[in-house]
Structures are given as C-alpha cells and as structure tokens.
Ligand binder design. Structure first.
Ligand code: PLP
Length: 388
C-alpha cells in the first residue's frame, strides 16, 4: 500500500485523503515523499510564520527539549513568562493578561468562558466567520454547513452579516456578553470589512457594555504587517485570541485580555495540560525575536503591496484583497479549486477557500525572488486552467 492508501485505511475521513505526502521542508520550499519540490505559499495555512526548519526555531526547540519539556500547569517556566511579557508589550497595554492553550479553537473557548463571567450569555458573531471546530468555537462559527450536523450547540448565539454595522446595531443589546469578529475573515475567502467597521463595532460594544473579542488566530503574529491585524483600525479590543503563527509551527494558542472590563479567571476556573508548554513557548519566543530583529512587519507590508500590484495585472484576476501576506486572489470565474490543483502539479501550494478565491499565506521570511517565482507560476497556472 502507498501512503495515501495507508492513510485512507487508518485515518478518520474528516480531511479526505491528502493528494500528496510531504516529507521535508526548508524555508518556503517543501518536498513530497517522491522528492518533488513545491513552493509553499500556504505556510501550513498561515502557521509556519518563519517557514520550515528555520534555524532559530530548530535551535530554540532543541535547547529547550534538552533542558525541560513538560511541567504541567502546577509549575511555572521561563519560556512561558517571557512570551507572555512579549505579547503584553505588543498590545501596548500593561493590564494585558495571557492564557496559553494549544490551538485557535481552544483560545476561542477560553474567550467564550471568560465572557460568561460577565453574567451575560448572548454572543454576537459574524456570518461567514470561522472560530474553530470544538463545540463552543463551532457554536460561534457563522457557517451553517459546519454547525448543522452537530446541533444543538451553545444557545443564544446571534449571527450578523460581516461588515454590516446596521445589522450589528440591531442585534447587540444589554444582554450581549461578547461580540467576536475576525479583522479579516480568512476561511471565508479573505474577506475584508469596510473601513471603520471595527471602530463602529467598538463604539457599540462600549454603549451596550459588551466585550469585543478579536479573533486574530489567522491574521495575528505579523501576518498583516501588524502584530494582531486590528491595529490599523485604531481600536483596542477587550480580548485577543491567537494561535497558528504564534508557535512558529508548533502547537500554541493564546487568549489575551485587555483593560478592566474583562473579568479575570480565578484559580481553578480554566486550564490546559499542554497549553503554553515550554517547547512551544521556546519556539514562539524564537519566532517573535526573529520577527523583531529583522523588522519583518515592515517587510510583510511591502511584500503584500508588491504581490497585490503584480497579481492584479494577471488576466482572469478580478481583484486582490487582504493585507500583508494574507491575500485572497479573486478570480473572474469559479475555477479556484482547479487552479489550486493545477498549481500543485506545477509545484506550488495554495488553496481555495471559496469557489472563486485563491488564498495565499506564505511565511513572513519570503524574499523578492520567491515572490516573483510565485507570480510566474500562478500566472502560468491560471492561464493553463482558463485556456486549456
Ligand atoms: C480565525 C480563526 N479562528 C480560529 C481557528 C481555529 O484554529 P485551530 O484550527 O487552531 O483550532 C482558525 C483556523 O483556521 C481561524 O482561521
């Protein structure tokens, strides 16, 4: 049996059977088990923030696993404290407090639980939004097809069209504990809200005494050219959730509370065995330090602008949306799946979150030569799909 057949025979079918099996990675290049090379412009879906096998992460993780791997949450450890301090400094808010977990869904579960401590129950979330697959995170995910087979889920969740401030105004009330929104809806096809939307939602939350949670799981850790993806909007949320890029490729999530309005967990109210373990935190510290040292946030913004300009010129592309290195290439027709498949054959990894949208989320270390190579393969691939 080949690896696909073995996968099919032994794994749950929730992901289907992957068409290729990867065996090695370096920077933004990966190889499959047959030695075929790919340019990885999906980055583990916005996760491998410094690419594959980055020397800074390899060194930090190797050192940490030799010294101390797991301590449980009964004991403290320095990599965790150091990372929490760094995240706190990126928020610019000395009241910021961090809870570490392993994933984006868990970070949002923590946000849901902490919002319950306000004494209110109702949550307002956006249609098309994605917050994870666990029962709580799924309850606030605005994609009916994903929720339906598992209902009943959490009660008192209301969904509003993303970017529609009037609908938000009609829905948010004095019973609302929390509004949760992505700064850019990644899984929904890299959908960007109108300018000023988050600012107006912030005002509404303040008026009704509701918390504002920003799910920066996909947009965070420098992907948009800012740390958390909401800063350009000029708002301060009450809660930020993070995962994906945070661990530099290792499993790590975080929920950060800001300001005085958010209740605080008391000892015993929440926890996670592996959450914020020393090895994932060591990887995250290394990734964050590298981003700061190399001024990657600025480079991400420049790379994003370069890609937008180049990709917009390609026949068959209607527009390019998103920010920094989280971009949605909107196609004139519903051929995104065919394009992603053809790209794979052509040695390029990208995906299709919507019928007419290709998403790219390469590592933040991607250089100009790799950006040009990507544009060349993408252009050729789209042309092959559209013109046979
Ligand atoms: C915005 C957002 N929130 C939450 C999640 C869930 O993260 P995880 O798969 O780590 O549970 C995702 C994953 O795609 C996401 O994009």
């Amino acid at each position: 049996m080949n690896t696909q057949e073995r996968w099919h025979a032994s794994m749950q079918n929730n992901y289907g059977v992957p068409a290729i099996t990867l065996s090695k990675g370096e920077g933004i290049t990966v190889w499959d088990e047959d030695g075929k090379k790919y340019l990885d412009f999906l980055g583990g879906i916005a996760t491998n923030i410094l690419g594959h096998a980055h020397p800074a992460i390899v060194k930090a993780v190797s050192k940490q696993i030799e010294e101390l791997s797991h301590v449980s949450n009964l004991y403290g450890h320095k990599p965790g404290v150091e990372l929490a301090e760094k995240l706190r400094s990126f928020t610019g808010d000395p009241t910021a407090r961090v809870f570490f977990c392993n994933s984006g869904a868990e970070a949002n579960e923590a946000a849901i639980k902490i919002s319950r401590l306000t004494g209110r129950v109702q949550i307002v979330a956006a249609l098309g939004g994605f917050h994870g697959r666990t029962a709580g995170a799924l309850s606030i995910t605005g994609q009916e097809a994903k929720r339906k087979p598992f209902e009943p889920l959490l009660p008192k969740v209301k969904f509003v069209p993303y970017g529609d401030i009037k609908a938000m105004k009609r829905t948010i009330s004095k019973r609302t504990s929390m509004v949760i929104l992505e700064p850019i809806q990644g899984e929904n096809g890299v959908v960007v809200p109108p300018d000023g939307y988050l600012e107006e939602v912030r005002e509404l939350c303040d008026k009704k005494g509701a918390l504002l949670a920003i799910d920066a799981v996909q947009t965070g850790m420098g992907r948009t050219g800012e740390w958390f993806g909401y800063e350009l909007e000029g708002i301060t949320p009450d809660i930020i959730t993070l995962a994906k890029g945070l661990g530099g490729g290792l499993p790590l999530g975080a929920m950060i509370t800001l300001g005085k309005k958010v209740p605080a967990f008391k000892p015993g109210e929440h926890g996670s065995t592996f959450g914020g373990n020393p090895i994932s935190c060591a990887a995250a510290n290394a990734a964050v330090d590298f981003i700061v040292k190399k001024d990657l946030l600025e480079k991400v913004a420049i790379s994003g602008e370069f890609l937008k300009a180049q990709l917009s010129k390609i026949p068959g592309v209607t527009s390019v949306r998103g920010q920094g290195l989280l971009l949605g290439i909107v196609l004139e027709s519903n051929v995104a799946n065919d394009v992603a498949m053809k790209a794979q054959q052509n040695g390029l990894l990208i995906n299709a979150p919507a019928k007419n949208v290709i998403r790219i989320a390469p590592a933040l270390i991607v250089d100009k030569k790799e950006l040009r190579e990507f544009v060349e393969i993408f252009d050729r691939t789209l042309n092959e799909v559209l013109n046979g």
